[in-house]
Design a protein around this ligand. Structure first.
Ligand code: F6P
Length: 347
């Protein structure tokens, strides 16, 4: 039997926008690595910047205690992309520097926790010869190759709570309330919070809407003695240059219906604070599974959730793709039949 070298020193990097549940994943990776496999764990600071600037800390078990419920990332993050082509001819060869620091640090593997941008970077690092495992995180739920990423459930609770709170003030003033939620180019958060919060109109980047249809639907509700309406808008819908999605839609509705309209832009509140129980569990499962792959010397993979099973997919298949709301999603069809207006068809 050939002797296989066991990974003994692993690095963890958290990159891209933060979200609730990252610390649960760091803890899942760290505790499994230390307690189950006797590995040493290096926490890399501020995303890939930490690998470029050699900013690390050795994480012992005590540092991994008490972080499960904490929002954000204890390691810090950045949007540094070492593979982005620089404009300056003086720019350093960042991939080469990362390779050098990875070797100098004595890493046997690197766990990259991040969204689709990070998974693309992770796939490039695999091409550079590094042993990499990806863990998907994002409130947008747009990482290709997994049914869910942690962060989404927590953001969904926050966005739904905000929509719930708009109902009473909308009803008191008989107004139209527009709420803009995050999601980048994907409409998952708007769709799910819109449905969970009883939105009357839900506008997604994936569905080509017509503002006249939206206005017609809102006027019809007013004629039918519905005292108020809730309009949930994804930040990624096309708008007038320089105008936020919420502002753009609220202004257009006011102009086209004459109905009193207000907008709320939820912003970074959706990314902050303690993770939901679901995200804590998912982060823990992803973290532990990532280390199990490393222990089996399986690299170049992203852990994922398919149904309720944790599995993995090659990073090369994930990098550069986006998981968007498909037009044939049964939830779209069913809620449209229940009277939700997506701005593309009159109902
Ligand atoms: O990808 C997560 C996300 O919160 C998006 O929903 C949002 O568009 C973006 O990040 C905001 O990015 P930044 O933190 O760079 O402002």
């Amino acid at each position: 039997m050939s002797a296989v070298k066991k990974a003994s020193r692993i690095g963890i990097v958290t990159a891209g926008g933060d979200c609730p549940g990252i610390n649960a994943a760091i803890r899942g990776v760290g505790k499994t690595a230390i307690l189950e496999y006797g590995m040493e764990v290096v926490g890399i600071s501020s995303g890939f910047l930490g690998l470029l600037n050699q900013e690390y800390t050795i994480l012992d078990e005590n540092q991994l205690s008490g972080i499960l419920t904490v929002g954000g990332t204890i390691l810090g993050t950045s949007r540094e992309n070492p593979f982005k082509k620089g404009n300056s001819i003086l720019s350093i060869d960042k991939p080469k520097l990362i390779r050098k620091h990875y070797r100098e640090l004595g890493l046997d593997a690197l766990v990259c926790i991040g969204g689709n941008g990070t998974m693309r970077t992770a796939a490039h690092l695999v091409e550079e010869g590094l042993n990499v495992i990806g863990i998907p995180k994002t409130i947008d739920n747009d990482v290709w190759g997994t049914d869910v990423s942690f962060g989404f459930d927590s953001a969904l609770w926050i966005a739904t709570d905000a929509i719930d709170r708009l109902h009473s003030t909308a009803n008191s003033h008989k107004r139209i309330m527009v709420i803009e939620v995050m999601g980048h180019h994907a409409g998952w958060l708007a769709l799910y919070s819109g449905i969970a919060g009883g939105g009357d109109v839900i506008l997604l980047p994936e569905v080509k809407f017509d503002i006249d249809i939206v206005a017609k639907c809102l006027k019809k509700r007013a004629i039918n003695k519905k005292p108020y309406s809730i309009v949930v808008v994804a930040e990624g819908i096309p708008t007038r240059k320089g105008e936020s999605a919420g502002r753009f839609i609220a202004r257009a509705i006011k102009e086209k219906t004459g109905l009193e309209t207000r907008e709320t832009i939820l912003g970074y509140i959706q990314r902050g604070g303690t993770p939901s129980p679901m995200d804590r569990v998912l982060g823990t499962r992803f973290g532990a599974s990532a280390v199990e792959l490393i222990a089996r010397q399986r690299f170049g993979l992203m852990v994922n959730l398919k149904g309720n099973q944790i599995s993995s997919i090659p990073l090369a298949e994930v990098g550069g793709k986006l998981r968007l709301v498909p037009m044939d999603l049964p939830l779209l069809h069913k809620t449209r039949k229940m009277g939700v207006c997506f701005g593309d068809e009159e109902n």
